[in-house]
Design a protein around this ligand. Sequence first.
Ligand SMILES: Cc1cc2nc3c(=O)[nH]c(=O)nc-3n(C[C@H](O)[C@H](O)[C@H](O)COP(=O)(O)OP(=O)(O)OC[C@H]3O[C@@H](n4cnc5c(N)ncnc54)[C@H](O)[C@@H]3O)c2cc1C
Length: 416
Amino acid sequence: MQDAEGIKRLLAEDQAKDVVIIGGGLIGVEVTEALVSKGCRVTIVEKLPQIFGMLDWEMARLVTQHMEAKGVKVLTDHTVVKFEGEGAVEKVVTDKETLAADMVVMAIGVRPAVGLAKDAGLAIGDFRALVVDGTMKTSDDNIYAVGDCVESKDRITGKACYMTMGSTANKHGRVAANNICGRKDIFPGVLGSTVCKVFDFTVGRTGLTEAAAKQEGYDVEVVLAPGPDRAHFMENAKPLLLKLVVDKKTRKLLGAQATGPGDVDKRIDVAAMTLAAKMTVDDLANMDLCYAPPYSPAMDNIITAANVARNKLDGYIEGISAKEVHEMKEAKKDFVFLDVRSQAESDEVRLSNSTLIPLGALRLRIDELPKNKEIIAFCKISLRGYEAALILKAAGFKKVRVMDGGVVMWPYRKEK
Ligand SMILES: Cc1cc2nc3c(=O)[nH]c(=O)nc-3n(C[C@H](O)[C@H](O)[C@H](O)COP(=O)(O)OP(=O)(O)OC[C@H]3O[C@@H](n4cnc5c(N)ncnc54)[C@H](O)[C@@H]3O)c2cc1C
């Protein structure tokens, strides 16, 4: 509270023009937006290769690009070494550069103060938070604990985790109170469902990221499904960039992430229910979600994403991530990067070293493509890219893949 008052005072006195935020997590990013709206020049310094560690790298890049478009400087892979200044901070020195600063906000995470609990002899877990059972009881039969000071159970992996959310703390409170009062109630654990506003974007996630799922040993299928968040002909339709992570073996959803100006929270909440019910993408694809044009597309974004997952799991489409394509380009691998959008779309924005053959002309111009090279097809959202892949495969091309997410979700520089 004192920090918040201090920030407001410096802003009111016009003493906070260059602000450095240390830490690119939820709080660092939310504070950034607030300070930009007050006219500050804001730099985020993050020691990891990405902000928003709760997202996969490419999803975090899309949010970073949006923040940069709003004038925020985002420095990843930078570690703060020291502050410099006479009486007040004037510079923030990182391991790579020195930044002017007249205010610094530290947003590097929270850690429970467990001194009292330790002194009382209560069990402390690997995350240095209190260990509780499903009833929220600590290792002492007469002491219950809830909120940010306790470890939770990850509902997907079953392992202990540490997630500090107000949504969780409130549920903990009721479960503990029920049990203390003699009513049986069990807290089942968390999925890490999170939502956050970042300028004109919303960012949301639930379950495991692709990186976390792989670390847990899952063989994953990944879907990037960009599209309008309601019927495309509606004036209020906005882009929504959705990612699903699916277990190849069981076809169950493992996690979802979304960003963009469209309605993120609705899809993340549906994904959270899918995860809690341990449903497969086949279940999700036929879920009876509500539809009217002002609210969603006839096939909701998450249903489309589930169907893309099914197409991939069933071998109808072979995807490749933008990251892998980028690495192939950097390594100067010999392949055709086939853009099947229209000339007008390509004139507006394009990806380097691509070959443009609009989808409508593909059958006529198919001989221009070499049969001995890999072809990676894409379009704006890679729906036409998918159709192109089907045409090419039917024409005898052996190695054809579709770039997940298309131009819209390309996390690198685009040519204008
Ligand atoms: C800037 C910010 C934004 C957030 N936004 C969201 C969000 O949008 N959604 C979400 O789900 N979560 C959000 N959170 C997280 C959420 O606020 C916490 O998870 C939640 O408040 C935890 O509840 P709690 O009761 O465990 O702890 P707290 O809300 O921190 O309450 C603990 C209280 O205990 C008091 N206290 C501490 N030690 C003692 C002591 N020895 N004796 C007496 N009192 C003591 C503290 O002063 C405090 O009032 C946000 C957190 C921050 C900091």
